[in-house]
Design a protein around this ligand. Structure first.
Ligand code: FES
Length: 91
């Protein structure tokens, strides 16, 4: 399974059938999002290395090196930066 490195700090295993946003959530992170559908751009982050595939249509503006994790899956090991997230509080 591809590895996702986040903000040069955290590494998680990607689940190939989930989007990057879902994968981060399952790993206990709480990344910023709003629409979960490629419209709002709230989840936008920088793809430092690796390849992703889009499973939805990106309506929000992204620069060349930016992706929308809510509608992407990891194709290879990837490195993401500028992800606004918190560690979920465990009940
Ligand atoms: S959450 Fe809206 S574009 Fe990803």
């Amino acid at each position: 399974m591809p590895t996702i490195k986040i903000n040069s700090l955290t590494s998680i295993e990607s689940n190939p059938s989930n989007t990057l946003l879902e994968t981060m959530e399952q790993a206990g992170l709480d990344p910023e999002y709003n629409c979960r559908d490629g419209h709002c751009g709230a989840c936008r982050c920088t793809l430092v290395s690796g390849e992703v595939e889009y499973v939805g249509f990106a309506m929000a503006y992204t620069k060349n090196n930016e992706i929308l994790p809510c509608i992407c899956r990891a194709k290879t090991d990837i490195e993401l930066d500028d992800i606004a997230h918190q560690i979920k509080k465990r009940a």
